[in-house]
Design a binder for this molecule. Sequence first.
Ligand code: COA
Length: 200
Amino acid sequence: MQFEPGDQRRRLPRHLRAPEPAPDEFSFTIRPARAGDLPDVRAIYNHYVENSVVTFDEKPSTHRYWREKFAMLTKLKLPFLVAVTPTSQVIGYALVQPWASKSAYRYTVENSIYLGPGAGGKGLGSALLQALIEACEQIGLREIVAVISDSGAEASIRLHERHGFAEVGRMGRVGFKFGRSLGTVYLQRSLKPKPRRRRG
Ligand SMILES: CC(C)(COP(=O)(O)OP(=O)(O)OC[C@H]1O[C@@H](n2cnc3c(N)ncnc32)[C@H](O)[C@@H]1OP(=O)(O)O)[C@@H](O)C(=O)NCCC(=O)NCCS
């Protein structure tokens, strides 16, 4: 079949078309989490609960747990971010929660970051952590702490170090999961709170 100049047919048969540009293989947007994201967030987290020692939770988290956490973080205006693909699939999340409940700790938070299976090693963890740090600085937080398992979480330790966290301590044998003792590594980073704009 020949296509002549002026041919009105809109598309060539597939085998005659020029190769299409490769789709953007890994693109994502980072935005604040919404209630509708929680089932995906739960699935991501539960994957690590059931298959790893990077979290010390042993039972899969419930929908209720995530609804309550989302409500608490929303009330406290603390950042809870998700990374979504162009087809709106949640492929990772990052959040902070109060480091401790006593009021003098109010400028210090603990962070948490988890990527879905297949989303690691592509720069997403870095983008999410950077966005989380900036969101914390925007609301005037001063210190951020990561509590990381001392086993199987080398990528997380490295990721946090790349973003300015420094190890400040370790505790041995404080956890026990899958029949073995586990310790924790504490990393801390100071934030640069953005000066609030004066009104008037
Ligand atoms: C931790 C996590 C968010 C990192 O995100 P990511 O986008 O996969 O990060 P990267 O693959 O870019 O890895 C970050 C760094 O760790 C390094 N790294 C990866 N795997 C490693 C390993 N097994 N040992 C040592 N370093 C490792 C990478 O080389 C990279 O270092 P670089 O920036 O110097 O090149 C992601 O791996 C994840 O979700 N892990 C499971 C959940 C988890 O552990 N969450 C943290 C709980 S505290």
